[in-house]
Write a protein that binds this ligand. Structure first.
Ligand code: ZN
Ligand code: ZN
Ligand code: FE
Length: 764
């Protein structure tokens, strides 16, 4: 068509527009995409990166420009997140004769976002399985649309010399693909093939790295045989090592638990494909989309009855992921259906990610090692989510998502480093419209985890060129993250903003949803230091970034035995029963608890919602000893009868201007019904229904007093699927607008975003 037009016709119809695209549109192949699209449409101009996205100038016919604007959001690369498209029309003609990608390499380094690691794409998968293709069965096949990114990167700018691919010079054929803008491997930094790229090998602790038992194709076959024989293997993934074994062999899974010293915390599974996963779990359409999507998180799914052994997961759901590297695909072949795939780490230290370290530390756990010579530069654990409302609801936002930023509605003039809390450690670095949060780090309770945390802060600062001008931390003086912030503030002189824990949760959920002004925040978690020196965690706050007040809470629960209550749930049960005036006979620690109470020593109290969950789980006999955080709540949720609609009773009282929900009537009723023979399943459901009731009641009271009708839900308790399936709808029926975390986790992992946003506001 175009070629047939005369020169004058074309000139007459030429229009020029400028398009500002905001969001996560760098590092996702946006420029080659626009290059292709503009060529196809006969549009000239240029594209360049800006601090909040990309800017595009396009000159062409009216129809071509309209098609361009229509097709950008429709056909954008899978990983792009377009937040806003702003168009300036009617610009004078510029007479562009080509379409250019502008900006020097140096500039790009500063402004370019870095892509997360992406699961193998359908095109590469096809090539991997096509005999005769030059990458047939090559375990490191990748292209612009898939492969390792963040985990192989050392320094910016993101090009091969700055990644662990630097030791693999491209062969002429790979180099040709790399330089051809029409090729699927254009500027794919880890591009390689069997001739020039990394090699896989299989070994054991004795043979080590130097003299492996097999290399290449044979290594994969040896590993497959070992798995089929019932061995436990270390398998090198994208961001670290996994321990793998066949999932259907219950005794083997229990052996892995013993070797890894992991009692009861559920293992994730990797299934060969969707069909294999569907044999084990109920999978909805949206869940399928996310499971098979490019980011490949672990998705929590409902088990089918009897399909998954209790040795894998003791509750009603199980985390499933699909193979995301070509090596995984080859490992499964067509005869292995499901493998336990659990992060290889020891006693709460970070995931093992170096070959030598794996061979040293995992000997005795793994019988064999499937490794390779492409170094992992940065650890990155698998992401974990549930699917809520058609999208990821994160328990852990890590591989596949990090280091993409959360987009902030309001650009900040000053960069902030917020240091997070202590459990589920995290941080948040802001720059303009972007907030960068790290991969999974773990709990800051040992030296190795703390070093990892510190390293990642520096790494992110370097990658994104951020020098924090303001620091933020929790108010808790003993958190290692607080000490870190204090130390940096002392050394570098930045202002330090101390943020109350639950205020940070509220602000995190607000910022995640782009909210301004004031809201009602239901913040339910395990623990956080209040402003009155007590422990909070079942809070209803009213406020925004600038400040908040504590409107309502739950009656504080005595903590008999300090920190031990998080493991010994019967201690919480004792406290609840004792205060409610019920008998405590038969509880394992009853005598010790009574002595503690009568000793006259001061007993700390906590309004933590997590404690109430723990206590209820123990009273109902569901769990009295927890082997991991939140286990009581997880099992209580699993036990709850779906159809039970009645709630346990509660009352409210006011003290010092704060409305407290009193759980004593609920505890008495629970005991009463238990005596009458009501099952734990019905009572667990009634307990969860009670929480729904009191949430609605507190929000309504808060609205009456403040006029606010937006509610944010944050804190680890909102990982509870039943609450999340019911509470938002319930509050909506009461006339509230309900917001929950979308791009960050509701637990302390996401809280640093709130700290950062509050610090921005308070440092003006
Ligand atoms: Zn690919
Ligand atoms: Zn090559
Ligand atoms: Fe918290």
């Amino acid at each position: 068509m175009r070629a047939l037009r005369t020169e004058t016709e074309r000139q007459k119809r030429l229009e020029r527009i400028r398009v500002h695209i905001q969001g996560v549109v760098q590092g996702v192949g946006f420029r080659p995409f626009l290059h292709r699209l503009t060529q196809e449409l006969g549009v000239n101009g240029f594209i360049r990166n800006t601090s909040s996205g990309v800017e595009l100038e396009a000159e062409g016919s009216d129809e071509a420009l309209e098609a361009l604007l229509r097709r950008i959001p429709q056909e954008a690369p899978a990983l792009a997140v377009i937040e806003e498209i702003r168009i300036e029309r009617g610009l004078p003609e510029a007479g562009y004769t080509s379409f250019a990608i502008r900006g020097s390499e140096a500039e790009e380094g500063r402004n370019t976002l870095i892509s997360p690691d992406i699961g193998i794409c359908p095109d590469c998968l096809r090539e991997l399985k096509t005999p005769g293709d030059r990458r047939y069965r090559y375990p490191f096949i990748n292209c612009t649309n898939c492969g390792p990114r963040f985990t192989i990167l050392r320094e910016i700018p993101y090009d091969r010399a700055n990644t662990s691919m630097r030791s693999f010079p491209m062969c002429p054929e790979c180099a040709r693909e790399y330089h051809d803008i029409t090729d699927r491997r254009y500027h794919a930094q880890p591009d390689c093939c069997e001739k020039c790229g990394p090699e896989v090998f299989y070994t054991d602790a004795e043979h080590g790295e130097a003299e492996p038992l097999a290399r290449g194709e044979n290594a994969v076959e040896m590993a497959r045989s070992a798995l089929k024989e019932g061995k436990i293997l270390t398998v090198k993934g994208l961001g670290g090592m996994h321990l793998a074994c066949r999932a259907e062999d219950e005794a083997l899974v229990r052996l892995l638990r013993r070797r890894k010293e992991r009692d009861e915390k559920p293992f994730a599974l990797m299934c060969r494909d969707l069909a294999c996963a569907e044999k084990l779990c109920e999978i909805g359409e949206e869940e399928k989309r996310i499971l098979t999507g490019p980011r490949r998180p672990i998705v929590l799914l409902k088990k089918k009855p009897g399909a998954v052994s209790a040795a894998v997961s003791e509750n009603g759901s199980v985390g499933i992921m699909l193979p995301y590297t070509p090596l995984h695909v080859l490992l499964f072949g067509d005869d292995i259906e499901a493998l336990v795939m659990t992060s290889a780490n020891l006693s709460d230290t970070p995931i093992v990610y170096k070959n030598a370290e794996a061979l040293e530390r995992l000997r005795g756990i793994a019988d064999g090692f499937l490794l390779h010579d492409r170094e992992i530069e940065t650890r990155c654990d698998d992401s974990l989510c549930r699917v809520l409302d058609g999208r990821e609801y994160f328990f852990r936002r890590s591989r596949g998502y990090v280091p993409f930023p959360v987009f902030l509605k309001k650009s900040a003039e000053r960069s902030v480093l917020a240091c997070g809390a202590e459990q589920k450690a995290s941080f948040c670095l802001t720059k303009g419209h972007y907030a960068f949060l790290p991969q999974h780090i773990g709990d800051l309770k040992n030296y190795e985890t703390f070093s990892h945390y510190e390293e990642q802060i520096r790494h992110f600062e370097r990658l994104f060129g951020i020098s924090p001008e303001v620091l933020a931390c929790d108010r808790h003086p003993d958190y290692l993250s607080t000490e870190y912030a204090e130390e940096r503030s002392r050394q570098e002189g930045q202002m330090l903003v101390r943020v109350q824990h639950h205020h940070a949760h509220l602000a995190a959920c607000m910022a995640d949803n782009g909210l301004e002004g004031n809201v009602i925040g239901l913040i339910w978690d395990g623990t956080g230091l209040g402003t009155d020196g007590t422990v909070w965690g079942g809070e209803c706050l009213i406020g925004g970034y600038g400040g908040y007040r504590r409107f309502a809470s739950i009656r504080p629960i005595p903590l008999l035995g300090g920190d031990r209550v998080t493991k010994e749930l019967d201690r919480v049960a004792f406290a609840l029963l004792e205060e409610a005036g019920c008998g405590t006979d038969g509880l394992p620690n009853a005598e010790m608890c009574r002595m503690l109470l009568q000793s006259g020593l001061p007993v700390m109290r906590s309004s933590g919602m997590g404690r109430l969950f723990d206590g209820a789980a123990a009273i109902l006999g569901i769990k009295t000893r927890a082997s991991y955080e939140g286990q009581g709540a997880v099992l209580l949720e699993a036990a709850a009868a779906e159809e039970e609609t009645r709630a346990l009773e509660h009352e409210s009282y006011e003290e010092n201007g704060i409305l407290y929900a009193d759980w004593r009537p609920a505890v008495r009723q629970m005991r009463e019904l238990q005596r009458k023979g009501t099952g734990a399943d019905a009572l667990a459901a009634r307990f969860l229904n009670l929480l729904e009731e009191l949430a609605a009641e507190q929000c309504i009271a808060a609205r009456k007093q403040s006029g606010e009708r937006r509610v944010v839900l944050s804190g680890g308790c909102f990982q509870n699927a039943r609450l999340m399936e019911r509470l938002p709808a319930r509050l909506q029926r009461e006339g509230f607008e309900v917001y929950y975390h979308r791009n960050t986790a509701c637990s302390d992992e996401g809280l640093s975003l709130g700290q950062a946003r509050i610090a921005q506001e308070q440092s003006r």
